[in-house]
Ligand binder design. Structure first.
Ligand SMILES: Cc1cc2nc3c(=O)[nH]c(=O)nc-3n(C[C@H](O)[C@H](O)[C@H](O)COP(=O)(O)O)c2cc1C
Length: 186
């Protein structure tokens, strides 16, 4: 059956390299339906706003995660950590804590940076955070894209480096396999 994969970009920047990577990822396999799940409308997390159904943007965000078979996050790293907008989004999605849309949801993590460390710190932190809310993060795999500015066509908003596209393709295949094999134990 056709898999539906949500794409979350951890940068709000218009010319985001991570968005270019996500765009290219979304064009690699026509048999997969990709859905963009955006962060820019989410308010800052505040428990006071959780009364009732909560803010509409949050409801839309959670419903989008609920609707997909898995989510791939493509994110930069800020100051050796997870970007605030991404952490904010995860905090919203993690509620209510025992029955959140993140529970058992398969997640993949990809990151790109003009720097040399490929967002490794942010990815480790994001994995830790997602696992703490019982999301199912693809194990043993890291896709770290360094020197990303040398691997894109910025005007076309696409990643163009062939080797990196091969890594993306391989990651995607493993992620789709992971969706079908996530453990069902609590
Ligand atoms: C506040 C701030 C902190 C940053 N810290 C890091 C960092 O720790 N590691 C890193 O590789 N790049 C860091 N960068 C550079 C980002 O990787 C770079 O701005 C990147 O292009 C952001 O991703 P985007 O192109 O998807 O928006 C930082 C950038 C900003 C604005």
């Amino acid at each position: 059956m056709t898999k539906t994969i949500g794409l979350i970009v951890g940068s709000l920047r218009k010319a985001s390299y991570n968005r270019m990577v996500a765009q290219t990822l979304s064009e690699l396999d026509a048999s997969i339906a990709f859905k963009w799940i955006e962060l820019k409308e989410l308010p800052l997390f505040n428990e006071d706003l959780e009364a009732g159904d909560g803010p509409e943007a949050v409801q839309v965000f959670k419903a989008a995660i609920q609707a997909v078979d898995g989510v791939i996050i493509v994110s930069p790293e800020y100051n050796s950590g997870i970007p605030g907008v991404l952490k904010n989004a995860i905090d919203w999605a993690s509620r209510p804590s025992r029955s959140s849309v993140l529970r058992r949801k398969p997640f993949g993590l990809i990151g790109a940076t003009p720097g040399g460390m490929g967002t490794v710190h942010a990815q480790l932190q994001t994995r830790h955070i997602l696992e703490s809310v019982q999301a199912q993060v693809l194990p043993f795999q890291k896709l770290l894209i360094s020197q990303v500015h040398t691997k894109v066509d910025a005007e076309q908003h696409r990643l163009t480096d062939e080797k990196t596209k091969e890594y993306l393709q391989a990651y995607l295949q493993k992620f789709v396999h992971w969706i079908d094999h996530v453990p069902t134990l609590d």
